[in-house]
Design a protein around this ligand. Structure first.
Ligand code: NAD
Length: 501
């Protein structure tokens, strides 16, 4: 559904009206140093809003506030925490249009994608609200008739949530919701290239009257605000979604404090298309799974491994579809691909297009910028080889490399011959082969004859350089809680009598 221009203008004016503050202990603050940075509209590269730039002092205030709030929030009854979460879900829905405009303007994502993300953000809260009351269960371990041992779950305490710029609202809410449902408090450090929906989310928390300090937002850059969050002694848990290089820095920085870490990192996921597949559906899914989210999608199938018998035909069709993808303003409801987030990122992605050509890959579609304002890039298709840098490194843009394979063994070897292991997609009508492949693919997630359709209870996460953990459903509760063992003797068990003669 299209949004009115006057409404879009009003949201834009509101974003530009004042400097975007941190949200610490229920207060809107400029931060100790009151330095600022600008966030840009990627369709024009004009300033959209000015944002306060947080540092270690602001993280310290947020950590102290969240730590103090933890003792109260963790004792709020689960059914009341659930009510708060449900209220947040309904407020996200209520402000859906305003959030949609903000996310389109700030992240450059197309409205039709953003609408789905907002629905998911609300669902993240309603889904985990429902689980709040059953999250803390444990097991009993009766030992003969002598002991009744049991385990319980308790919240961890203050959770540091660090998010990337590509899908800011959806990616933050699916960490915030389970963290709060289980009685933790939260400090969110959103990405500096798209911080605005985090600010709107804080407004929603304020309206939901969540106790002060339970949810805090500190804006700023990775080294200045993210790193102090990772190092802070009052923050025992960090979840980071971002680049693999950032993940390894965060891992090193968290080591001194022995922190609990969940790292959701980069990907170079293959779509493996066998000749016997439903090729029309495989084509739809492969095109969607690389060009949706402007190609800035961790689970993008950025490699299409296609069986030789159908390679030429399939690549012709891929090229035709890539050329027909609608590139345009994120706020146009017809747009399928919007501008890349930032001129620096555009430069990085176009750099890879040059690398591909230097490596001898054949450009079959796109490869060029569209217009000279904004960061628009034509959906790009190469044919090449798996060893090329464009097939090995995460580009995080609308660039697909199609590679031929001969048989199942060849496909599997190529699919796994990459340092990442986030997602994979297998297209075949041979059921045995599909499951064999899924079992042997080095990937945290495999979709068979499907694109990435998320189901919140199922685990999400990668292997190898794509990350360390799983979140979603029970897996989130495991991550955001501590499992404690409690032992109770049912009688007078023998105690050694050291020191007694
Ligand atoms: P990034 O690593 O540059 O930044 C991510 C976040 O980390 C930002 O908030 C940034 O400020 C912060 N950060 C940077 N350096 C830090 C440091 N030293 N200490 C603490 N925080 C620091 O990533 P990006 O460019 O914003 O996002 C794109 C990347 O995210 C891609 O690699 C993509 O694959 C990945 N991603 C992964 C998933 C997933 O679920 N696996 C989902 C979305 C995006």
């Amino acid at each position: 559904m299209a949004l009115d221009q006057p409404f879009i203008d009003e949201v834009r004016r509101n974003l530009a009206a004042g400097t975007i503050t941190h949200y610490i202990e229920g207060k809107w603050l400029p931060g100790v140093r009151a330095e600022t940075f600008e966030t840009f509209d990627p369709s024009t590269n004009q300033t959209l809003a000015t944002v306060y730039r947080g540092h270690a002092e602001d993280i310290d205030s947020a950590a102290k506030a969240a730590h103090a709030a933890f003792f109260k929030w963790s004792r709020v009854k689960a059914k009341d925490r659930k009510k708060f979460l449900l209220k947040i879900a309904s407020l996200i829905e209520k402000y859906g249009d305003e959030i949609a405009v903000t996310e389109c303007l700030d992240a450059g994502q197309a409205l039709k994608i953003v609408r789905g993300q907002i629905a998911r953000a609300a669902e993240n809260f309603s889904f985990y609200a429902d689980w709040a009351e059953r999250a803390m269960d444990g097991r009993t371990f009766p030992v003969d008739n002598d002991w009744l041992n049991y385990s319980v779950r308790v919240p961890v305490a203050v959770c540091g949530i660090i998010t990337p710029w590509n899908a800011p609202l959806m990616l933050s809410t699916w960490r915030i919701a389970p963290a709060l449902a289980t009685g933790n408090t939260v400090i969110l450090k959103p990405a500096e290239w798209s911080p605005l929906t985090a600010w709107k989310l804080a407004k929603i928390f304020e309206e939901a009257e969540l106790p002060a300090g339970v949810f805090n937002v500190v804006h700023g850059f990775g080294e200045e605000a993210g790193a102090p969050l990772v190092a802070h002694p009052l923050v025992p848990l960090i979840t980071l979604t971002g680049e693999t290089t950032t993940g390894s820095i965060v891992m090193r920085n968290a080591a001194d404090q022995i922190k609990r870490l969940s790292l959701e990192l980069g990907g170079k996921s293959p779509a493996i298309i066998f000749a016997d597949a439903d090729l029309e559906r495989a084509l739809d899914a492969t095109v969607f799974q690389i060009y949706s989210f402007n190609g800035e999608r961790c689970t993008a199938n950025s490699r299409a491994l296609i069986q030789k018998d159908v390679f030429d035909r399939f690549v012709d069709q891929l090229a035709q579809r890539a050329k027909a993808v609608k590139v345009g303003s994120p706020l146009d409801p017809q747009t399928e691909v919007g501008p890349l987030i930032h001129p620096e990122h555009l430069e990085r992605v176009t750099g890879y297009i040059q690398i591909g050509q230097q490596e001898g890959a054949v450009l079959r579609a796109g490869g060029h910028r569209i217009g000279d304002t904004g960061n628009y890039l034509a959906p790009t298709l190469f044919t090449g080889e798996n060893g090329m840098r464009i097939a090995q490194e995460e580009i995080f843009g609308p660039v697909l490399t199609a590679i031929p394979f001969s048989d199942e063994a060849d496909a599997l070897a190529m699919a796994n011959d990459v340092r990442y292991g986030l997602a994979s997609y297998v297209w075949t009508k041979d059921v045995e082969r599909a499951h064999r492949m899924a079992l042997n693919l080095e990937a945290g997630m495999t979709w068979i004859n499907s694109h990435n359709v998320r189901h919140l209870p199922t685990p999400f996460g990668g292997v190898k350089f794509s990350g360390t953990h799983r979140e979603g459903g029970d897996h989130s509760f495991e991550f955001y809680t501590e499992l404690k063992h409690i032992a109770v003797p049912l009688g007078q068990h023998a105690i050694p009598k050291f020191g007694k003669s």
